[in-house]
Design a protein around this ligand. Structure first.
Ligand SMILES: Cc1ncc(COP(=O)(O)O)c(C=O)c1O
Length: 381
């Protein structure tokens, strides 16, 4: 248990809830989940599945209609695999990551993390008795080739990448993915590619899947899910795509732990992938409006730098000028102006002057909340 620290985001969330109970208005920028409802066609598919009696265990890897839907959605992007052999559906992407790490990484291995990195990776890596090692990127998740090469040692067995990235919203270029794949081949390590924000991209940017490079999936495990794309966090549908050996190992872990993802939510998941995507387009359009607003407001504040993200729903402004740790800043912002954001340090030690703001929050709250912050900041300079 000593390897599992308290979640930095949840700590802020609990503090915010206490303040809310005392009647204070809180602007929630800490939550990493869409504020939209699950699309109606998806909800109806879940209800219909329940009514039809799909309330029992399913095959450990998932129900064929969902595996086929996943296979089909990648085929339409020119990526071919066999849904019945190369995919496992899990209760959320977190579980896919955990099973993937457990089935692949040995005790004592080093696992590289392109940082800033979502803190759950570090916790899960520690839970399998391995050691997370940060490989810092520049700006909006831009790869530093030489630095990455320096970090590769003989004890490295895996590298975790996440594009679009949580917390910066940055995307890795296809050339960077190729470079990572070549290094993985030369140094014999596995790449975990968390692509859960793949469909939330802006300004015509395109997310490239690691599977476009590693077509045989020899050394790639892609992690994906419907939590973010289809506003389905509570339905718990994630999945992994990889070679047969890795997926077989994960299926054995799943058989003996969770058995399967929930039956009726898998039917809803198949509808989410194959059904009407109009709601998804509307959500991305709305996120883009919010991104434009929040980056604009932050960059109008003197002494603050906020890069424009190409995807996901986070910005990661730099408050280093104010000379305070990210935890102190987060607590101050919450107590003084009711702004709840996540301290940057949890994404990597180097980011102690940063905070992550999720803009999965209404436009009005962004306008009002950041205006209050802009008024407050000069008082701590
Ligand atoms: C990068 C990343 N991967 C995975 C997840 C987890 O997704 P799920 O809800 O499917 O477990 C999150 C959620 O915050 C995330 O930010």
């Amino acid at each position: 248990m000593e390897r599992i620290p308290e979640s930095g985001t949840l700590k802020m969330f609990d503090m915010a809830r206490r303040l809310e109970r005392d009647g204070k208005k809180i602007y929630h920028f800490e939550v990493g989940q869409p504020d939209f409802p699950t699309p109606e066609n998806v909800v109806n598919a879940g209800i219909e599945a329940l009514k039809q009696g799909f309330t029992r265990y399913t095959p450990a890897r998932g129900i064929p209609p969902l595996l086929d839907a996943i296979e089909g959605s990648y085929k339409s992007r020119g990526i071919d695999f066999d849904g019945s052999k190369n995919v496992i559906v899990t209760p959320g992407a977190k579980m896919a990551l955990f099973q993937g790490f457990l089935g692949t990484i040995d005790t004592g291995d080093d696992v590289l993390l392109l940082a800033p990195a979502w803190p759950t990776y570090r916790v899960l890596i520690r839970m399998v008795n391995a050691k997370p090692v940060n490989v810092y990127t520049n700006g909006n998740y831009t790869l530093d080739e030489e630095y990455l090469k320096q970090k590769i040692s003989r004890t490295v067995s895996a590298l975790v990448i996440n594009s679009p990235n949580n917390p910066t919203g940055g995307l890795l270029k296809k050339a960077d993915l190729k470079l990572i794949y070549d290094l993985a081949e030369d140094h014999d390590f596995v790449v975990f590619s968390d692509e859960i924000y793949e469909s939330i991209v802006y300004d015509g940017f395109k997310q490239n899947s690691m599977l476009e490079i590693d077509k045989t999936m020899e050394r790639t495990l892609v992690i994906n899910g419907l939590s973010k794309s289809h506003a389905m966090t509570g339905w718990r549908i994630g999945y992994a795509i990889g070679n047969e050996e890795t997926i077989d190992n994960m299926a054995r872990i799943q058989q003996n732990t969770t058995s399967c993802a929930a039956s009726f939510t898998q039917y809803a998941g198949a509808e989410a992938i194959t059904g009407d995507q109009n709601d998804l387009d509307l959500m991305v359009w709305e996120y883009q409006k919010r991104r434009d607003l929040i980056t604009g407001l932050f960059n109008d504040i003197e002494g603050l730098e906020c890069l424009n993200p190409q995807g996901a729903f986070y910005v990661f402004p730099n408050f280093t000028e104010y000379g305070l740790s990210s935890e102190t800043l987060a607590e101050l912002f919450l107590k003084k102006v009711g702004i709840c954001a996540s301290p940057g340090r949890v994404f990597g030690k180097k980011y102690d002057g940063f905070l992550r703001f999720s803009y999965a929050t209404p436009l009005e709250d962004i306008k009002e909340g950041i205006a209050k912050l802009a008024e407050f900041l000069p008082t701590i300079r």
